[in-house]
Write a protein that binds this ligand. Structure first.
Ligand SMILES: *Cc1c(COP(=O)(O)O)cnc(C)c1O
Length: 421
């Protein structure tokens, strides 16, 4: 459920007409709905055990206003870089609610985490563990560690967002897990606290979660018998969202929470969850203007002022996004089919092929739905296209939460070397 609906013939975010925002700041822009973020966070956290840490995955949407909205509801953060850690802290998320994931943390990033007393490092290899021990030793602190284990489970999602198979770079290989914990137990500056798993993103079936969580709980029993104090189980993120109106909806958070509770119930461990997409995806849209409608040899192209640099998911993952007109269709509306594209000089700069839409003309506006996760965070300035503006709506109010990139940000940091004068 989300709060983007037609009212008075216009697509609204909560009580704000998207056309009113477009008239003021231009297009393209991302628009996020506070009520939707809050609803998704609440539905998710209420489906989890009371003491669970819900650590929002910052890579899904790292805007400080979004993070602050979630932080005020009690959310923690799952970060995968020093930059994301700084974002989470800047949004007011305390270190004690931050977990640090990622396969290649640098020593500088580790030090930043340790200085801010983060809750947990999800360590992915023994070499990383040794580096963390060294950094913690130099700072005179102990690093709280869970190993991210690779359970070799097929997440049955797009190959580019599958992370739990033995062939991926993620996690400690299943056959190395026991030696990894044994190594950690010997290190002076490491405190073993838990086990972590994350098998992929946009999972639309609970079965892979069930398989992975079951393996992890068995592992926790084995590790405890080996003398390790495992008090936390981090189950990662990955629950999918509906991108297509006509698709069966993915499993709901209640079923997912019940599954996690059932499988972990005898462990007595505190659960950590790292949802990203589920919280943010349907809480955001990308609003774009039509530059031209171009007649090709065989098809019509709807050329938008948003492009793959703004939202790369269709080009990168063959992802489907609903695209709707900002002005509500009526009974008299004429419909046609368009290839919906951006202006970037790449054939893959296409949002949708042969998509039924009302007949549109230059300056009309469309909204690309379910763009609140892995949208703005994955955007780039390719083709020297400024990063789009971001807007947050709350009821009848709205605010620009990141202005469109200006020329200074676009190329003002380039430097001319002395020999070019
Ligand atoms: C990306 C990621 C998540 C969030 O995944 P979603 O599919 O957005 O829920 C959680 N944990 C880790 C380690 C990740 O890399």
């Amino acid at each position: 459920m989300n709060h983007f609906d037609y009212k008075n013939g216009e697509l609204h975010a909560e009580d704000v007409a998207l056309s009113a925002i477009a008239a003021e700041i231009g297009t393209p822009f991302y628009c996020y709905s506070t009520a939707t973020l809050e609803r998704h966070y609440r539905v998710f956290s209420e489906a989890m055990q009371k003491d669970a840490l819900v650590a929002f995955s910052v890579k899904a949407n790292g805007n400080l206003a979004v993070l602050k909205t979630l932080a005020s509801l009690g959310a923690g953060a799952d970060v995968v870089s020093g930059g994301e850690l700084k974002r989470a802290l800047a949004a007011g998320i305390p270190g004690e609610k931050i977990v640090f994931s990622g396969v290649g943390k640098t020593k500088a990033e580790m030090a930043l985490g340790l200085k801010n007393r983060i809750y947990q490092f999800n360590v992915e290899s023994e070499v990383e563990l040794l580096a963390l021990d060294e950094v913690a030793g130099a700072l005179g602190v102990k690093a709280p560690v869970a190993f991210r284990v690779n359970p070799d489970v097929d997440a049955k999602t797009h190959a580019k967002i599958s992370t739990g198979g033995a062939e991926t770079k993620f996690g400690v290989p299943w056959s190395h897990v026991h030696t990894a914990y044994a190594t950690a137990a010997k290190l002076k500056n490491i405190e073993i606290v838990g086990v972590d798993v994350h098998i992929g993103s946009q999972l639309t079936d609970l079965a892979p979660f069930e398989a992975a969580f079951t393996r992890v709980v068995e592992l926790v029993g084995d590790l405890r018998r080996e003398g390790h104090a495992i008090s936390r189980i981090d189950l990662g993120g990955g629950l999918g969202v509906p991108y297509r109106n006509d698709n069966l909806p993915p499993p709901d958070p209640a079923a997912y929470g019940a599954l996690a509770a059932r499988i972990t119930k005898n462990t007595g461990a505190r659960l950590i969850m790292e949802p990203g997409r589920l919280i943010a995806a349907n809480a955001g849209v990308l609003v774009a203007g039509v530059i031209y409608v171009k007649q090709g040899e065989n098809k019509k192209f709807l050329i938008l002022d948003a492009a793959m640099n703004d939202l790369i998911r269709p080009a990168f993952y063959d992802a489907y996004h609903e695209i709707v007109p900002v002005a509500a269709p009526t009974a008299d509306t004429q419909w046609t089919h368009y290839d919906v594209v951006g202006p970037v000089c790449e054939t893959s700069d296409i949002f949708a092929a042969d998509r039924p839409l009302p007949v549109l003309k230059s300056d009309d506006k469309v909204a690309i739905l379910t763009a609140g996760a892995y949208g703005a965070t994955m955007s780039s300035a390719y083709n020297a296209r400024p990063l789009a503006a971001e807007v947050l709506v709350k009821g009848g109010e709205w605010a620009v939460v990141r202005p469109r990139m200006d020329d200074d940000a676009l190329f003002g940091n380039d430097r001319i070397p002395p020999w070019l004068g």
